[in-house]
Design a protein around this ligand. Sequence first.
Ligand code: SF4
Ligand code: SF4
Length: 361
Amino acid sequence: MQYRNLGKTGLKVSALALGCMRFDPNNPELAEQIVDTAIAAGVNYFETTRGYIAGKCQHLTAPGLKGRSRGLIVSGKTGINAETTADSYRAEIDLQMQILGVDYLEFYQVGWFSLAMMEFLTKKGGALEALDKARSEGLIGHIGFTGHDLPENFTKCIETGIFDSFTVPYNMLNRAYAPTIKRAGALGVGVIAMCPVAGGMLASPSPQLQQFISGGAKTTADAALRFVLTNPDISTACSGMNTLEMLRENLETANNFHGANAEDFRRMDAILDELHSLGERFCTMCGYCKECPQGVDIPGNFHLYNLGKVYGMTDWARAQYAAKEAGKRADACIQCGKCEPKCPNNLPIMKQLAKVTKTLG
Ligand code: SF4
Ligand code: SF4
């Protein structure tokens, strides 16, 4: 296992991290086995929160951790709102440690965070006071946040200096946070990339995405993970794994990975930029054409078409198209023409929908 700097915390984090939010609640033995196997293979970062898996995430993670507080980077997480006080937040920290059966959490994340919530976090008697106190008492080591705010807002959040890390989605199909990640690298803030395989989407075959990895990739998931890890500003790729097979495959990638490489990363990023702009020629997903009186999901259909045509994920796109509600599919278009004048890119929507039907239908 390769270990990377977790920002400037001084911690070395495994290139592959285990997101503990996808365990099967009906199979606690498997969850324990996954955590155990991951630890034995050198994985040292575990992302947890009380709310996941209908409140069972940390109960399912605890048996595998076996009380190991030190040496592993276990992360707890709680959201905040206007009513959150230092006392209520501290009660959550204590409760999550109790459920996990540990007396120390290396990381605590402010969950579902956004720039607008900064005032709730930093107010007098607010959550930050609880986090600072817990850190000074040696109960937690570092503070991070997770969320889905605009990249420019998250850049402002990391520039406050409050946080040691942040956790955001980042993968070959979603690089929206790339500017924030770059800024984090410059500031020494750790970056935990979640959804490295786009919630399983990148587990489906795509010859295009596999071949642009140096030396080729065995599978699309392999390519996806390697792309994330090639970015030198990423500390770890946190994947929500719920089978031993998935864990083994990801471990194989992480173990055979040769390390971040700025030049290779720039090359791959440029190829993805090109693919992205190719896709945008078909539709930029702006949504201005909504709502179709027939209920056709115009951008949704074009998105699937792009995944198939541009990214080579044809099997996945066809399966998703088939699973779409019939009235939303491209073939439900009656060619009334009402949507076309609304498209800022003057796309021939009707013609393109016919193409979608032909390709994916
Ligand atoms: S042309 Fe088709 S997609 Fe556009 S508004 Fe009419 S039915 Fe809907
Ligand atoms: S308005 Fe045009 S570019 Fe925007 S989502 Fe609709 S088809 Fe795509």
